[in-house]
Design a protein around this ligand. Sequence first.
Ligand code: AMP
Ligand code: GLY
Length: 426
Amino acid sequence: MNILVIGNGGREHAIIAALSKSPKVDKIYCMKGNAGIAELAELVNVNYCDLNAVGDWVDSHPDVKYTVIAPDDPLALGLADELEKRGHRVFGPNKRAAEIESSKAFAKALMKKYGIPTAKYETFENYDDALCYVRNGKFPVVLKADGLALGKGVLICETLEDAEKGLAQIMLDKAFGDAGNKVVVEEFLTGKEFTPGEEVSVLAFTDGKTIVPMIASCDHKRAYDGDKGLNTGGMGTFTPCPFYDKETADEVMNKIMLPTVAAMNAEGRPFKGVLYFGLMRTPDGMKVVEYNARFGDPETQVVLPMLKTDLFEIFQAITDERLSDINIEWEEGACVCVVLASGGYPVKYEKGKEITIGDLDDGVFLYHAGTKRENGILKTDGGRVIGVCAKGKTVEEAREKAYANVKKISFDKMHYRTDIGIKYNK
Ligand code: AMP
Ligand code: GLY
């Protein structure tokens, strides 16, 4: 079967690498892809947020029998609905289900209504009301723009002054555009004795009836070592997560995953696709920090390489609502991904820098994020450029292997964290 994958980052490279191993998949098209993806798929240069343009392209390619929608923005816009309306088979939740990610106000209200553990919060549409609430509250406080903001719409404010500035930035200056029409003001969660709570990402396959978690992984969201600097889309990941033991996984299944699937059904928004649970361990148990309506990036880059089962078969089973028939298996061991970013990311950075890659060790693999090829030369084309991934028996082994190969790659102003895989593993 020929298929189309929507997206252009490291996550999509990892999804396409997994799908290309399926004996059932012939040709893969990718809209709009990158230089790494081009080795596995034919790139299609159509704006995937233009629903009509994507619909027309799929209509005019009858050989394409299945479309995988990976990024958040086309899901939030309703690309799954558009393609289904035109009679095509898709992987990815419809618009109303994707709201679990695209509206933090919706996600918080869902959790409150169905008793799913999360930070206490209030939602505001009016700046003065939000300000009044914050002035009478505790610090630190967390401000979240309601809509999608490339992972940057969350501000942790230590003081009233920071919070006043943050509210103005989100609600008045519209630093995140319409995503800031509403704001969620949230209690700051911590671990024991006010130390930062340990965080874990658990992605799960669900067809709206059955939910099957993937192996857990940990992201590093801040730009610099030691979790310093601004939040980014993610600077690196590792799996497994050392504190995510069977007891914790059972707690999350019973108190968070199953109730979330049931809540979405009860709201008439059955969720089919990958549901991402961003979780924090607190003294009161595991709590939801965020939901995403899709595979995480760069979590996918360490999770999918460990998948033994055919990903395409899993996707088909989800579309047909027979996920319970599939036995999903994972490799033992660890995987680490170190993201190489453009200097200045996530704020201001240059593109078009030539990338050189030396001979990589066996078992090391690259997932391209922001890359392009111009006259045969590989160049940077985004904030996150390449994920350097390696497997090992332990996170430590995988980490050493990944960093040994990071040194073989270079481009002007290349920036990466040197501590991926250290936290929680010390
Ligand atoms: P999000 O984009 O919602 O995942 O938030 C980005 C990061 O901000 C999370 O990974 C946490 O480290 C932090 N964060 C978000 N909400 C809270 C909260 N209520 N308490 C403490 N930290 C938070
Ligand atoms: N790595 C975080 C995300 O995909 O949202």
